[in-house]
Design a protein around this ligand. Sequence first.
Ligand SMILES: [Zn+2]
Length: 282
Amino acid sequence: MADYLSDLSRKHWMVSNPKRLNRTGMDGKSFRCPFCPGNEEDTPPEVYRVGEGEANKSGWEVRVVPNLFPITDIHEVVIHSTSHDTNIEGLALPQLEKIIRTYINRFNFHKHEGKVYIFSNQSLSSGASLIHSHSQISVLPQEIPTDTISSQPVENIIEQNNSFVSYCPTYSEWSYEVWIKALGQNKFESLNETEVKDLAAILHLMINKLKKIHGSSPRFSKKEFGYNFYVYPYDSWYLRIIPRFMERAGFELSTGIMVNSVTAEKASQELRDITADLHPVL
Ligand SMILES: [Zn+2]
């Protein structure tokens, strides 16, 4: 069970869940990837799939299973593809569209059970414990206050397509963080097919641009390319990509104030100028 604890002010909250301790790969035992096709029996029974075949057998293209090591009491894993080592930036756009449709499906499935968070940690440096690319759907009880940053004004635009704009908000806490916001009024839970395609395209492009920025800087590329992204799926919904080029350190931990040494204007200029190589392998 998840245990929610607050500090004395009741402004700051943490969640404790001992099941997290023995996550796959953290217990020293030999490793077989539970997200690879053929190993379906290594996960809890699946709750959703895109693709063919019987539940808990191969044939899937995107697979959703309960998280064996949950943070919250409802916590699912979205396995992005059957490829063990292809991250979002290497997937073909139709595959990324299937992932986004899966997010929408799971959001609609859980939206009456609490506050739904959709996020992805890519690479060990961003907090992932398995390299097989995946996202997570976590549902927090309504009564637990959260501190999610509100939708920021569109400034420092990087790209725009028919449905979405990507930009670096002036209030950027992380170097090169990128926000994606809808141009229309449609809610995340009711995006149409065109919007799903446009969201996949701009997300894919932005991550590939960030990868280029990472590769072109000797300072950043000392460690592997890693990022987090999340969807805030409620009013004024947005998708925020946070590249993990820099570490949080003592100042941030002691003050709660983030340090960003690259201005949003400079980040957006570089991201506009850089051309991403888009050669999806799947
Ligand atoms: Zn795998």
